[in-house]
Design a protein around this ligand. Structure first.
Ligand SMILES: C[S@@+](CC[C@H](N)C(=O)[O-])C[C@H]1O[C@@H](n2cnc3c(N)ncnc32)[C@H](O)[C@@H]1O
Length: 251
């Protein structure tokens, strides 16, 4: 069976929900990301795709914004609902390329490279199209996505530290097939508590491919930064934060 046929959007969350906050709750730029998203959202409301345990949604809601989520994993949502304010975030349980809500949003956001988890280009395009349908005319769809550092690969494989802090290190081990653009990943998390592995397959898309998907969906690139501090996007950027707006809103 193909990746598309075996794809289960809830698999990642089922595997990691119990450990997610210990592993990623302290991602260093979360506060900066929240400030950037709040500025983009204006008065709101905000829809977060893959809302997870609320790393971004809860601090956005704490700023007074109305925040909704789309999430495939009941296990991740269980963690969200256990937190103060988590149960008040309305969440639609679905894959984020296939949902239909009545409401229209000032900001739709998909963070942490999660777009690449959708296993086919068709589904990634559908993610853009569905986000576009949920935007207000003056709204924005924001994607944070990592960039492939092709120079780091030898014989199709690369290892890089994702983050290090006192007592813990995470190494990302990647295998990349340039023909299919499949990026097989294993995160190796090392700490005093032991070793934690989790793995999956991504379908990589370059920034320009994402821009074309946006155009298919009736959106246009409004801004692209190298991170949430709105630093310039440059040749040595390791990720991008891209802001798409409905084509009609850009002249
Ligand atoms: C890397 S986590 C990010 C969670 C949260 N946005 C954050 O920034 O901490 C990705 C989240 O997206 C969810 N997810 C992955 N693929 C999905 C899909 N196709 N549809 C809906 N949710 C999905 C996972 O269950 C997980 O909660």
């Amino acid at each position: 069976m193909s990746d598309a046929e075996t794809y289960d959007p809830s698999a990642y969350g089922r595997d990691i929900a119990g450990d997610y906050d210990d592993l990623y709750g302290a991602i260093p730029d979360t506060d900066v990301a929240v400030a950037c998203l709040a500025a983009l959202a204006g008065e709101g409301p905000v829809l977060e795709l893959g809302v997870g345990t609320g790393r971004l949604a809860l601090p956005l809601a704490a700023r007074g914004l109305e925040v909704h989520g789309v999430e495939a994993s009941e296990e991740m949502l269980g963690e969200l609902r256990r937190k103060p304010g988590g149960a008040e975030i309305p969440v639609h349980v679905s894959s984020f390329d296939d949902y239909a809500l009545e409401q229209r949003f000032a900001l739709v956001v998909l963070a942490l490279h999660t777009i690449y988890g959708l296993p086919t280009q068709e589904r990634q395009v559908r993610c853009f199209e569905t986000a576009a349908r949920h935007l207000r005319p003056s709204g924005a769809f924001v994607i944070e996505a990592s960039l492939l550092d092709i120079g780091a690969f030898r014989a199709g494989q690369a290892v890089r530290p994702r983050f290090t802090s006192a007592g813990q290190v995470e190494l990302q081990v990647h295998r990349y097939d340039p023909v299919s653009q499949h990026l097989d990943w294993t995160n190796v998390h090392l700490s005093d508590a032991g070793v934690r592995l989790n793995s999956g397959r991504n379908l990589y898309a370059s920034p320009h491919e994402l821009d074309l998907m946006a155009r298919i969906a009736g959106l246009r690139l409004r801004e692209r930064w190298g991170g949430w501090s709105r630093e310039p996007f440059r040749a040595d950027s390791t990720r991008h934060v891209s802001v798409y707006a409905p084509s009609g809103a850009l002249t």
